[in-house]
Design a protein around this ligand. Sequence first.
Ligand SMILES: [Mn+2]
Length: 298
Amino acid sequence: MPSTQLTTFADATASFSEARYVILGVPFDRTTSFRPGARFGPDAIRQQSWNFETYNFETGLDLSEVPIHDLGNAEEFGSAEEMAKGVRELAQPIWEGSKFPITLGGDHACAPPVVEAAPRDASLGVLYLDAHLDFREVYLGDRRSHACSARRMVERLGSSNVVVLGVRSMSRDEKEDNDRIGMRYLSAYDIHREGIRAATERALEMLHTERVYITLDIDGIDPAYAPATGTPEPFGLSPLDVKTVIDLAAPRLAGLDIMEVSPPWDSGNTSALAARLAREAILRTELHRSGKDVSRSG
Ligand SMILES: [Mn+2]
């Protein structure tokens, strides 16, 4: 059973059965490779979520009227393999209930089990926002390391169903493995050159799945905006870039996770950004669901 936490995510007042959106915290950062702290991410993001208005003028929606449930945090886990098993068990009922999972990490190792918990016939493609390619077969003896997360998703979904956005760091081995395996990526430089809108549209066209899942490693965003993360990497995306990705993906969006927010390095701005992006994902998905999304023709 998930344990209790300091507070729930703002406006998460619905029961699990009523909810269309379900928040799950995974306070696990045992595979962090540089500076630790992401285990404190879920509660910091929840706290910051109370900063925002329930009403959103852009969509005309009020989050207090959207059925959101907060499952709380997963228990503590020993190994990453154990964590993966536990997260699959927690995420499975969310997918089975046709609800929209919003998982708050934790290090990026916490993301693949959410995707693995989706039914095989879910027709799910992944937009993988990250500074790093995360394409190692194994890292420091652990196949479940956060440095292997894109590789694990490709194993589950196939190389054509994962597209990485904002990458600007990879090892030679990762580059060579991926040249062979063929996961597609648009680097931070490609996106800067092409513009986020065109790049996102191109990435969405690459995914031939009915539905799209976004996994956001907060380090995909530039450390100027999101300094509180385990492995900060210059030349990143802007917060508005990520909002644009969410807006454009919304008609197909099936779930989201936000990983690697590391509160010990935060003055509150990184977790506030994460909370706001989670709220944007709910608002945009809900707007599309309500049939009022006219932004695509604008
Ligand atoms: Mn990552």
